[in-house]
Design a binder for this molecule. Sequence first.
Ligand code: F6P
Length: 537
Amino acid sequence: MEQLWTALDGHRDRLEGTRILDLFANPERAVKFSTEVDGLLFDYSKTGIDAAAMDALLALADAAGVAQARDAMVSGVKINTTEDRAVLHTALRRRDGVVTVDGRDVMPGLRETYDRMSAFAEAVRDGRFRVPGGTVTDVVNIGIGGSDLGPAMAALALSPYADGPRVHFVSNVDGAQIAETLRGLDPATTLVIVASKTFTTIETMTNADTARRWMAAQVDDPAAQFVALSSAQERAAEFGIPAERVFGFEDWVGGRYSVWGPIGLALMLAIGPADFRAFLDGGAAMDRHFETAPFDRNLPVLLALVGIWHHQVCGHATRAVLPYDQRLARLPAYLQQLEMESNGKRVTRDGKALTRTAGPVVWGEPGTNGQHAFYQLIHQGRQIVPCEFLVAARGHEPDLDHQHVLLLSNCLAQAEALMRGRTLEEAKAKLAGTGLTGEALDAAAMHRVFPGNRPSTLLLYRELTPFVLGQIVALYEHRVFVEGVILGINSFDQWGVELGKELAKAMQPLIEGTTGTADKDGSTAALVARVRSLRGA
Ligand code: F6P
């Protein structure tokens, strides 16, 4: 592998001085450096990757054993070695087939849970599920991380399909969020979903207690309006939620990969089982493509290789996800967990120090809002931020198509501007007629120079349907997987979140003043004292 990395570094150095725009001297570049599957187009022609670089990246993927690792994952091998678990979110979106874990076919169990979810969702949506106030008008999903971001992101993305109860999401332990959410809701017509794989997460359990107290003040049997989504069915029972309203899943569904199963219940309640199934079908279609397409036309592999080129080879520290699709506003946050919790690692699968940084910082905002905020840095800052644009050819608002044309124009123009830039000569020409000359003209022009040659990719789709959203989410999941395999890391554990959790637990009695700060560093001890004094303790 090391030789292949070195070859890539060498090729990067040789490309120094070649501008992305020059690569379009090859008239076929736009076609050759883009791939389409089921109507989803991935265009990576506006990157500095040339044919030789792509060959070297593909060789890296082969040498890393991506195909073998992929086959191991989808067939139920325990590839999450630090937790001794299989990784089978792909099974959640399959309609049929056999998937075996520890010698047992898991598909019948998945189908049974899916059917129970659908039946429950139908009953809530058509009013057969009764609550004291009649039918359910509002659903509050209480969960955090993967038990929040997936359904929250998808419910917003698919809001044009929402014809069920209103869904709300509470994640933060900050009481402000649950207070704001419950204010204005009627406990007699609200259903609360407690979404937690482990059913121990402090934020979720605290918010669930708060919601139960809120409901108990108004209704006689609050437990009747609670649903649990969890792998820990006994803990859900201890909380008081009866088995018929517990939708379980197994430990081989990772939190950040769980929107496809019971954790997606809030989404299913909002859009209905048929559209939820279309979302799963989009994911399954991407799975089939990932499992069968040759790597040089395989979307997840190509997206991963573009990521590897930009971060591990070119050293760009971050990547921006820029959906020109307001309903994908939560996609960057969703991808932050998916990518950074999966690949933000410093050791290999067998615990050895990584030689290259894994996991770029992922961030972003919907366009065009970002243009009026941070695009200044993207265009003229010294650091290069590879940009991943997403846009639909059509919006869901036919009456507002003129606005969609503006949206599309902005998206394509930003990608063009990033690549093309503006030279000093062009900037000076722009200033013709201002009366500026000499040094003053040079200085003014310098501010108007755009270095250009900044890479971007585009995902283009006709319309953001449930199927397309499924394709996009599964695409990014597999991208993370391929990057992880190439880097030799376990993308499915998250030990890095544990230390903070432990220290927060120990901090609580310090803030309350029931224990002292003798074992704390000077800064922490001083801050605890200050917090206590500000709280009037
Ligand atoms: O703290 C990180 C994490 O474990 C995530 O991986 C997970 O998605 C989130 O917490 C919520 O966990 P749970 O669903 O068990 O409440």
